[in-house]
Design a protein around this ligand. Structure first.
Ligand code: GLN
Length: 293
């Protein structure tokens, strides 16, 4: 057994990377570095400048606790309490889904639409099921002329979104609304220029087959889209037209094989004049873009 002062930063990174790999963790090295940086309260890049520095017993004990949690497959973001999304650092906890890089494609799709949009001078963008607030905050930051509102049913998630809008300096730009999908705004017809959502879209039966990080730790209500994964998508597609201005857009994150059926759901409504799909960075269908007649 090594003496504690033999545990330099480099050796700890190497040992932990091997250990995480044995546990089946794919991003072993990055995770080891992120957790060590968090334990030492430094930036990840700082580790490279201090490879030979040994840890003191307190730091070592703190790091060991974090390694144990990660080995039990708790996501790094829940351990550190933070996740990067767009160019924001967001607080995350077990009440909210950890924002995914794919969801940045949804933000991009909305921004592209806004470039050519001439509907109203101060457009209103509505994010449904905002969770951590990721989408609403990224859009508020990138669209300085837009007003942004974000709806969320879970009180705990709403508190996280509130924390994040303050943290990002966007508290006066993002209005938070407690409620279920479009229910809070259905009294205001044609209010929105854009409705955007990353709703739960995973078929219920598929969830237990996902990575342990997701199954054990992420909120099921943020993932489970019902038997075919389409319950929330269908509901939003059905109710959005009444809330959108003519020519306004509905942008939905979807599963890689869901666009044909989403397109059919939209056609059946007869309220959308256009339905196109965008791919994520992995080349998979990811975002349905629907334009209201
Ligand atoms: N809107 C949040 C996100 O994209 C939460 C989505 C969800 O909980 N399904 O990260």
């Amino acid at each position: 057994m090594k003496r504690p002062d033999d545990w330099t930063i480099l050796k700890l990174i190497q040992w932990t990377t091997t250990y995480f790999k044995q546990q089946g963790i794919e991003s072993a090295r990055i995770d080891a570095e992120l957790l060590l940086a968090f334990a030492l309260d430094v930036q990840r890049i700082d580790l490279y400048l201090r490879y030979d520095q040994p840890l003191n017993p307190n730091e070592l004990a703190r790091f060991r606790g974090l390694v144990k949690r990660r080995a039990a497959r708790e996501p790094v973001a829940y351990i550190t309490g933070a996740k990067e999304f767009w160019d924001l650092t967001l607080a995350v906890g077990p009440a909210v889904l950890i924002p995914r890089p794919e969801t940045e494609c949804l933000v991009e799709a909305v921004l592209d639409f806004m470039k050519g949009y001439t509907g109203s001078g101060e457009p209103l963008i509505l994010d449904l099921g905002t969770g951590s607030g990721a989408i609403a905050l990224a859009l508020a930051q990138s669209c300085p002329t837009a007003r942004v509102a974000a709806v969320e049913r879970s009180a705990e998630a709403l508190a996280t979104a509130d924390r994040n809008r303050r943290r990002c300096g966007l508290a006066d730009r993002v209005h938070l609304v407690s409620g279920d999908w479009l229910a809070p705004i259905k009294a205001y017809p044609a209010l929105c220029d854009v409705i955007v959502s990353n709703p739960p879209y995973i078929p219920s039966g598929d969830i237990d087959g996902l990575q342990p990080e997701i199954v054990r730790y992420e909120p099921r209500a943020a993932l489970d889209g019902g038997p075919a994964g389409l319950d929330c998508l269908d509901r939003i597609i059905a109710t959005a037209p009444a809330c959108l201005r003519p020519g306004g857009g509905l942008f939905l994150e979807i599963g890689h094989d869901q666009f044909p059926v989403v397109q059919r759901l939209a056609e059946n409504r007869g309220a959308y004049r256009e339905a196109v799909c965008r791919q994520d960075y992995g080349g998979h269908d990811r975002v349905a873009c629907l334009v209201r007649c």
